[in-house]
Design a protein around this ligand. Sequence first.
Ligand code: SAM
Length: 196
Amino acid sequence: MWNERYGEEGYAYGAEPNDFVAEVVDQIPSGAVLCLAEGEGRNAVFLAERGYDVVAVDQSSVGLEKAQDLAASRGVSIDTVVADLTAFDYEPGRYAGIVSVWAHIPPEARQTVHARCVEALAPGGVMVLEAYTPSQVGRGTGGPPDPTMCMSAEDLRRELAGLTFDTLVEREREIHEGKYHNGVSSVVQMVARKEA
Ligand SMILES: C[S@@+](CC[C@H](N)C(=O)[O-])C[C@H]1O[C@@H](n2cnc3c(N)ncnc32)[C@H](O)[C@@H]1O
């Protein structure tokens, strides 16, 4: 499904970064940043333009090829890894930042991935996440049709135990990202830090 979507003309979620990532980017210390489920690379390229050393992982080879094209068109370089999030090699302590935008996977897999993220952050590292909450289902403005693929603030507090939550909020906001995310949406936003 994702290779098919990314095979369409243009960028499915646009070529500009997610609003929340752009808002909080300054809270990520300099260094290596891992972008989870990064698709066509809009957040990865934005971070590379700000000097971060970016690794973008996604299961879609078509998406990550477009991410490389976007990076080249903006004169920056990023590393891309085609992998399932549960099979990716998360190097403990490597990342100053982890960015997770709309990384909706089944809950058991998500719990595994989040536990690895806590380990993969360096001391002082920051994880930034925006995702749809279960109450988004049925709105028709974006996100998965299955509420179990969505996440709540409570899920994140439990799955990312060990981090300090500087921001953890469920809210409704207007989203306009490419042709697939448009309109008022129910989201959870998070900035969480691993104590130095
Ligand atoms: C809604 S898109 C978001 C893309 C990107 N984060 C953005 O904000 O533009 C969801 C992405 O999750 C990826 N994805 C879904 N399940 C995955 C999995 N198990 N492992 C790796 N990537 C996955 C898809 O390939 C797709 O690129």
